[in-house]
Write a protein that binds this ligand. Sequence first.
Ligand SMILES: [Ca+2]
Ligand SMILES: [Ca+2]
Ligand SMILES: [Ca+2]
Ligand SMILES: [Ca+2]
Length: 303
Amino acid sequence: MYDSSLGGDDTLEGGNNSIGGSVFNGLAGDALEMYDYSLGGHDTLYGGDLQAGVNGNITNYLLGDAITMYDASKGGDDVIHGGNNGNNDGTGIVENYLYGDAIEMNGSTLAVLVQDHYGKPDDHHHVSHHVEHHVEHDNGKKHGKKHVEHHVEHHVEHEDDDDDHDHNHDDDVVFINASPLGGNDILISGNNAIDHMYGDAGNALAGGEDTFVFNDEVGTFFGDDIIYDFRQSDGLHGDQIEIDFADVDFTDLVFTDDFVTGDQIITVHGDHGDHGTITLVGLAGAHLTVGHAGDPGDFDIII
Ligand SMILES: [Ca+2]
Ligand SMILES: [Ca+2]
Ligand SMILES: [Ca+2]
Ligand SMILES: [Ca+2]
């Protein structure tokens, strides 16, 4: 995806394994690569399942937007369901790699035209989001906003051209350090499956407000899962973990700091057995705020 292209809102489902052997699914909600000011759609992805009674493997790579995001591209708000293992007796292996936005995000330098009414040189990042926002929502209805979009593209292409026909010679071209921006995604752990979860990307330092969900809608043992980029600093409210089992309240959670690996592990014990573990990479010793909300007679534990 290039320029100001906009991804659609799609539902993608990986294939199941119903005969044994190995199955691999690789799904990306919008594109292989996103550049410029492209915007990912709001997609729903399902990993394939290993069906009950079948002995085999399944690996799901599920990317909310793309494999790689560049420039000022922005990920959509995606819902990603890890694949499930239908066997409760340890038969077969299901492994999910869930990326809310992309495997990798790479920044770059972009030339951007700043018009006088958008103002200040110290507000470059804000300006870039004006451009992006109006491309998405105004759809050319407001001529002034469309004008901005046109001139951004013009100056990216002709930044060294002194003999151009720029009618806005009072405006400034500035170079911004553009970084891809992650969306606010929901990642749902597969049952009896190992989920490797990235709310945004493998190498991002900040991103959207993502929610990691562990619940008993599909089964009771979600597995031993790993969250690689849990950040309470993302967005306004931070990333969140939602644990929702009928037989679990927050006294049933055990938090263990492993200072050798640097990770913090949450063990989820239920009255009817263990539901699994959540490893938070790099968060040994971090104080996690635990609360709950909603659902009378049940608990949604929010971390
Ligand atoms: Ca998407
Ligand atoms: Ca899982
Ligand atoms: Ca995200
Ligand atoms: Ca995040």
